[in-house]
Design a protein around this ligand. Sequence first.
Ligand SMILES: [Fe+2]
Length: 237
Amino acid sequence: MLKPFAALLLAVAAPAAIAQTAPAAAPAAQGPFVLDALPYAANALAPVIDQETMELHWGKHHRAYVDNLNKAVTADPALKGVSLEQLLARVSTLPKAVRDNGGGHWNHRFFWALMAPEGKRGAPSAPLLAAIERDFGGLDKFKAAFQQAGATQFGSGWAWLVVTPEGKLAVTSTPNQDNPLMDLAPVKGTPILGNDVWEHAYYLTYRNRRGDYLSKWWDVVNWGHVNELFAEASARR
Ligand SMILES: [Fe+2]
């Protein structure tokens, strides 16, 4: 039997203990970069990408990249007002924290928009299909090349489809949070599709089966957005 005072302490302490374990948004970090809301509900891509993975991936991993990027750029007055794309274009001259977290922020912001709920995904446009046919020999061959790039990226990284400076489509991969916009990337270009092959992107559902994740991922691709990115990249040349 608890004494009244001890019972009162428990009654007061219990809600606080529950609150500490409940998921909650972290306070916004100070700095120029912000974590935008996901463009759909966290369960909108299930079962291809489960809700918990989306909540952790966006709410914890992406948030950490934004927070740490803000810390890195506010520590250096010379980086004040520099856009994310400008940072990436000369990232080889900047601290590694800018490379890792600037890449992490750009890549994830790009990634969320490349996926969409059922009914809003569309299909590759005729101009994109023609370019895929020209440069890969067909959609299935392109998908196989993209999946191969993701499957063979050692450790953490990304698979990409880019429009190269010569106007060709190319598949490439990058380690960690690097991307083809970085001055140090071996294959440079404008990304129009990218898939995150870090274990945090798929492990809760797919465990160690990265290949299964890569092949299922096509089911949630927002082709309408990919078509727009392709048209923009082609028009800029
Ligand atoms: Fe990620």
